[in-house]
Design a protein around this ligand. Sequence first.
Ligand code: AKG
Ligand code: FE2
Length: 302
Amino acid sequence: MAASDPPSLPGLDASRVPGLPPACYYIPDFITPDEETYLLRKVGETPQPKWKTVGSGRRLSYWGGTMSKNSVLLPEAMPDWLSSFPDIVERVDAFLDAAAAADTDKGKSKERVLGINQVLVNEYQRGQGISPHEDGPAFRPLVATLSLGSPTILDIHHYVSPTAPSPPMIPTEGNEGRAIAAVPLGHVLLMPRSLFILTGSLYSSHLHGIAARERDSFIAPERESEVPATAQAAEDALPRSTNKAKAEANVVANASLAGLDTLPRDAFAYERRARTSLTFRHANKVLKGGAFGLATGGLRRT
Ligand SMILES: O=C(O)CCC(=O)C(=O)O
Ligand SMILES: [Fe+2]
């Protein structure tokens, strides 16, 4: 597999988010509540100088190394809290290897499907988001994101062709001026402890972002069958959402994978709390020679 080829993950077919371009996958409860608490505590212990504040105040930190100006990873050892207990880096890598190995050809390959060499931690306070962006060609076109602390909704955006007739657009930031459609292509509900995997054309020719807002409302896509009569009692017990709430709610493409399809098709809302995400990825170019290479290679830290 060339570094730029999206992997095939046949073992994850049942977790593929329907109704979106190829491909993204949603795995609920990838870690336990105890592991979530532990990881949040360790992120909270991050020394101040390791944080970088960006955008509307969101903080981020890099583990495993930082990228040089010319997109080369300047490697550093992964901390124990990501590599030993919990063995989260190995767990994500092994999970993806197993998903690819369901395809017999790929099973013979010794190369890891992702081969995590960097973990990006994003910490969002209530109301903060991340503007639509691509993760870019410096990384293998497969990323896995673990969510901690609060649910959120991730939006998938698409570019509009410059010849499209007066499309509604949103301002672009660093996307070579390409216009982005104002209305996202789709939404994915990211619950705490879930793993979200983004690859293929969703990685390489779409954008993703999180709207800066304090509450999210969402609804499952239309279902083929109506709620069966036997579910009526359960349905009556729940507050019904108004038509207005339904019209304003984000239709979340992974509703069935997140277990929402067992509920009446109502609009749900929640207040966002602080959320931390851990994004596992593979930088394609890594500086060889560690500190020596750094001293002699003339690479500058970003
Ligand atoms: O917080 C997330 O789930 C997404 C983070 C992200 O897309 C990024 O940092 O590139
Ligand atoms: Fe991203």
